[in-house]
Design a protein around this ligand. Structure first.
Ligand SMILES: [Zn+2]
Length: 264
């Protein structure tokens, strides 16, 4: 199995008069078809009628097309856990464009059917001129630390014994830093001192952008909300619970903290 690791995805839509041909991804109801080389890409060929262009892949146009699919196709979450970064970016794009096309078929202002523009990810209403773009929902995800210790929480929906960092959506009018303070206070009742940005990760279920932060606790007493959070506790680097998978930004926050305290 050969999977290319060169960053190969360029965010440039093929023009309206370009032949509808190139690489493509087959989206089913519950999974995505395996491609020719172990990834999600079908070999270059003519696209089906319903294909939506996503950009350029290794110099050729790339699109996604929806169909009913087959039962054995792996779900998108499984693909994202194993694909190399460039194909992961392409898949995250395809998932979000797919959700956007599905959920914005009519104008949100006047109810007329929307028309897709060819040169960018935009849909326009011919009746009132309103434009709709793919929705991206910013979320904060934060590792709360106190010296070497990590505050990790168990969401009621997690597999048993798994603990993770805290996360939540940013509210209208709110800064990301204040969302970190509010979410940590709401979920575990801990006050936060210094907050620092780590990195971001697209999380296309359905359209989140996770903004990762480290947050230094100013107090250690935990008071869980009992709704979203089933349990939360302080852990030392030597005694950790089951952690989230390695491709998640949550795990990357945890591993980065562990490496930093190991070097002290
Ligand atoms: Zn309209």
């Amino acid at each position: 199995m050969t999977i290319t690791s060169t960053p190969a995805f360029v965010r440039e839509l093929p023009g309206a008069d370009t032949p509808r041909w190139g690489y493509w991804i087959r989206f089913g109801e519950s999974g995505i078809a395996p491609g020719e080389e172990g990834g999600i890409l079908q070999s270059p060929g003519a696209w089906p009628e319903q294909a939506m262009p996503l950009g350029m892949w290794q110099g050729l146009p790339v699109a996604m097309a929806h169909e009913s699919g087959e039962a054995g196709w792996p779900p998108a979450r499984d693909w994202l856990a194993h694909l190399p970064a460039a194909q992961g970016d392409l898949l995250a794009t395809a998932l979000q464009v797919n959700a956007w096309a599905r959920d914005h078929r009519f104008c949100g202002r006047c109810g007329t059917p929307m028309q897709r523009l060819s040169h960018e990810f935009a849909m326009q209403c011919k009746a009132c001129g309103h434009r709709s773009y793919p929705r991206i929902s910013p979320c904060i995800i934060t590792l709360v630390t106190h010296g070497r210790d990590l505050l990790l929480a168990r969401n009621a929906r997690f597999p048993a014994r798994r603990y993770s960092t805290l996360a939540g959506f940013i509210e209208p009018g709110e800064t990301a830093e204040n969302a970190v303070r509010r979410e940590v206070h709401e979920e575990v009742g801990v006050e936060i001192g210094r907050v620092s940005f780590f990195r971001s990760q697209s999380w296309p279920f359905p359209h989140s952008l996770m903004l990762g932060f480290f947050a230094e606790a100013a107090s250690r007493r935990i008071r869980i909300d009992g709704v979203e959070i089933a349990d939360a506790a302080w852990f030392t680097p030597r005694h950790l619970p089951e952690l989230p998978p390695s491709h998640s930004i949550s795990r990357q926050l945890i591993e980065t903290h562990l490496s930093a305290v190991a070097m002290r």
